[in-house]
Design a binder for this molecule. Structure first.
Ligand SMILES: Cc1cc2nc3c(=O)[nH]c(=O)nc-3n(C[C@H](O)[C@H](O)[C@H](O)COP(=O)(O)O)c2cc1C
Length: 200
């Protein structure tokens, strides 16, 4: 196997394609697709989104300091693409895509009722990086669709069928190969993992 050196660029995929909801200071809500996003700290829980200043969503977040990251399911693939190619400056994307706003618990900003996961965020830090400005935010609360939570309170994230963005394509999650730590977990009747250089 040989690798070809490519010019520097963005090639870290797959990523979640999230729907960020926001509201202007005048109270106009918007929803916009964002793939440049990620978890940046476990405790306190924090995430980041990076936006071009030309986005209506950028203006809204700059004005209010809050936003909601909504994780779409595969059923929202078309709406996710649409909200990423049309601007709230020119139209109401909620009506265009039949999306429903619902109130957040901690901030004055709509969440997306159709998304199985909605994460309320408040901006802590803003970093102008170049083409994009990164909003680093505290997670204030996480809302999950109750049908994906079992009797013991366990949340079955994969069952939401989250939408994934991979180098220009919208995809599903695909097959699960294991769970966290399974590679070193001892199972009855199986040999422990081989150490480097160890012969069997
Ligand atoms: C899959 C996908 C991912 C996107 N990711 C980002 C992103 O991370 N940051 C960004 O500024 N724009 C991103 N965009 C573009 C915006 O979603 C698009 O410009 C949108 O029209 C902005 O809407 P607004 O003006 O209502 O905020 C993405 C678009 C698509 C289709």
């Amino acid at each position: 196997m040989a690798k070809i050196e490519w010019k520097a660029g963005n090639m870290l995929y797959p990523l979640p394609a999230v729907l960020v909801t926001s509201k202007s200071a005048e109270g106009q809500a918007d929803v916009c697709t964002v793939a440049w996003c990620g978890t940046v700290c476990t405790n306190p829980p924090m995430l980041s989104i990076s936006l071009r200043p030309s986005r209506k969503t950028y203006e809204n977040i700059t004005e209010t300091g809050v936003f909601v990251v909504n994780v779409p399911g595969e059923d929202l693939a078309r709406a996710t693409d649409y909200c990423g190619v049309r601007s709230g400056k020119n139209e109401d994307k909620f009506s265009a895509m039949n999306l429903t706003q619902e109130s957040a618990a901690h901030i004055d900003c709509p969440m997306l009722a159709e998304a199985p996961v909605s994460i309320e965020c408040r901006v802590r830090k803003t970093e102008e990086l170049g083409s994009h400005t990164m909003f680093i935010a505290d997670v204030l609360a996480v809302h999950v669709e109750d049908s994906f939570v079992d009797d013991k309170g366990g949340f079955h994230f994969s069952d939401c069928r989250p939408l994934v963005y991979s180098h220009g394509e919208y995809c599903g999650l695909g097959k699960a190969y294991g769970t966290f730590g399974w590679s070193v977990r001892k199972k009855k009747g199986t040999l422990p993992a081989k150490k480097k250089g160890q012969k069997r």
